[in-house]
Design a binder for this molecule. Structure first.
Ligand code: TPP
Length: 561
């Protein structure tokens, strides 16, 4: 006789078999059986957040920083709908997540029951796949499949909605996984690419001004080592998208930095002038390309991506290659020996001249956000985990923090979710208890999920929140200044809580910094301490992120370079 378990017990058993040791969540009526089963599952750490949005961003930060899927629990109705922004954030940035939501009992489904929301319907366009499990006997299989789908191919979020009576039902459970995966409609690509890659390298051998463009796919496939080998063997410069930051070390001589709307001037010029662009795990978002017709107008474009749907979506590739970046580069590297490439010295010199003419710069007067990030960079040697919020803080972090490792720069790129950074820092610090974690924040974004300070303090997480406090919704103000004749419509947030007192009210340490000379001592104190710190930096109010490509313009048409 097979042993019998409740649906909730099967869920927890299955999660353990999938290697899950940490779950972020928030309980409620429709997940009572799951939380009851969790009470008897000491091998799983459950991190109780203060808002379900915090749970999903924390799970996302955990996933981005480890490469393992993040897992989140929420109750039905408002619990589930509070996950929506976080699920969409993960979907846009291809982050593997498994969200488990409680649902009203089967008999109550479709009756506007208390705390009923059609979460599978709501999340259909923002999940890779989702399930409403009506048969408890299917639960183990569904969980196995969900983890496979979330983590294979192009990763993404998967949601499993489980009615309360399915959680409570007692059914036989004897083996896990109960059966082999059968996914006829879900095909992952197999590569036999030698011939195609040889053709591409033949083109590259003709090129005089090539650029490698690395995106988040490089980090996700664990291909940073292969990318380094490719760059060093060929001597081709490497640029990255926001999602690709960390894939190639910022301090490497071949590193060009970030391209696009707030990319570096020499990088944007290099894209416009290059004759060969090797895009690796990028999706050519509008923030990267600017005006499509004028993006890399002279280049032969190679686009390597694991998701066939990415090919020719935004940019027409002369050579599309479908495959996992690491696999593709592994096939490509030995082929390099067969080709002789041009001497790229004149190209490097041209880029160096742009770099010298248009350096990243700011006027060092008063307390500047850029200066603060430079200090964080110096004190951590580019080796910390950085999470960001969204807005100017995020772009300055991308420009001025010099990341040295993949998975260390963690930011909401595709959706641009304010309120992401603090809970993401919680997830990162839970996954890496001894690492230095810094959340670079704006004063607006900080207020969007500030309640997670409680989670940080309760779990004794030594997170460092650095608020670049300009009293504005800074990035919106910048657009209004530059494109709307300084008509500052509803962006002044000078009225707000005293962040030092707020930090203290949560049991964290709060510090205020108003002068450049006080930045370093405050950061040193925070980085040394094991406590949660909030450093409120009162910065120049109307500082802008430059250079900037106006939306829809060609990327070489930068303002303020
Ligand atoms: C949830 C959400 N709402 C609105 C926006 C639009 N938005 C983008 S940047 C920004 C201002 C951010 O202000 P703040 O957090 O203070 O950062 P700063 O730009 O000043 O660094 C806003 C409102 C967004 N990205 N996310």
């Amino acid at each position: 006789m097979a042993k019998k378990l409740t649906g909730a017990q099967i869920l927890l058993e299955a999660l353990q078999r999938e290697g899950v040791d940490t779950i972020f969540g928030y309980p409620g009526g429709a997940v009572l059986p799951i939380y009851d089963a969790l009470f008897n599952t000491p091998s799983i750490r459950h991190v109780l957040v203060r808002h379900e949005q915090g749970a999903v961003h924390a799970a996302d930060g955990y996933a981005r920083s480890t490469g393992k899927p993040g897992v989140v629990f929420a109750t039905s109705g408002p619990g589930a709908t509070n996950l929506v922004t976080g699920i969409a954030t993960a979907y846009m940035d291809s982050v593997p997540l498994v969200a488990v939501t409680g649902q009203v009992a089967l008999s109550l489904l479709g009756r506007d029951s208390f705390q009923e929301a059609d979460i599978t319907g709501i999340t259909l366009p923002i999940t890779k796949y989702n399930y409403l499990v009506k048969d408890p006997n299917e639960l183990a299989y569904v969980i196995h499949e969900a983890f496979y789908v979330a983590t294979s191919g192009r990763p993404g979020p998967v949601l499993i909605d489980i009615p309360k009576d399915v959680q409570a039902a007692l059914v036989p459970f004897d083996e896990y996984p109960p059966r082999e995966l059968e996914l006829p409609g879900y095909q992952l690509t197999e590569n036999h690419l030698e011939e195609k890659l040889a053709t591409i390298l033949g083109e590259l051998a003709e090129a005089e001004k090539p650029v490698i463009f690395a995106g988040g796919g490089v980090i996700k496939s664990g291909a940073a080592g292969e990318l380094m080998a490719l760059a060093e063997k060929t001597n081709i410069p490497v640029a990255y998208s926001l999602m690709g930051k960390g894939a190639f070390p910022d301090n490497h001589p071949l590193c060009l930095g970030m391209v696009g709307m707030h990319g570096l001037a020499h990088t944007n010029y290099a894209f416009t002038e290059c004759d060969f662009l090797l895009g690796l795990g990028v999706r050519f978002s509008d923030r990267v390309t600017g005006k499509l017709d004028e993006f890399c107008p002279r280049a032969t474009i190679v686009h390597v991506d694991i998701d066939p749907a990415e090919i020719n979506k935004n940019i027409r590739a002369h050579y599309p290659v479908i495959g996992d970046i690491k696999n593709v580069l592994k096939i490509m590297l030995p082929l390099l020996e067969k080709f002789t490439f041009k001497d790229f010295t004149p190209w490097h010199e041209k880029i160096a001249a742009w770099k010298q003419q248009y350096p990243l710069r700011y006027e060092n007067k008063g307390l500047k956000p850029q200066y603060i990030i430079q200090q964080i960079n110096e004190l951590t040697n580019g080796e910390a985990f950085i999470t960001t919020e969204v807005g100017q803080n995020q772009m300055w972090a991308a420009q001025y923090y010099r990341a040295t490792r993949p998975r260390s720069f963690i930011s909401s790129g595709g959706l641009g979710t304010m309120g992401y950074g603090l809970p993401a820092a919680v997830g990162v610090q839970i996954a890496h208890p001894d690492a230095v974690v810094v959340n670079i924040s704006g004063d607006g974004s900080f207020q969007m999920n500030v309640q997670e300070l409680a989670t940080a303090v309760q779990n004794e997480l030594p997170i460092n929140v650095v608020i670049l406090n300009n009293g504005y919704l800074g990035m919106v103000r910048q657009w209004q200044e530059m494109f709307l004749d300084r008509r500052y419509s509803h962006v002044d947030i000078t009225f707000g809580p005293d962040f030092v007192k707020l930090a203290e009210a949560y049991g964290a340490v709060g510090l205020r910094v108003e002068r450049p000379e006080d930045v370093r001592p405050a950061l040193e104190e925070a980085l040394k301490s094991k406590r949660t710190y909030v450093i409120d930096c009162i910065v120049e109010r109307e500082e802008n992120v430059l250079p900037m490509v106006p939306a829809g313009s060609a990327i070489h048409n930068m303002l303020g370079r």
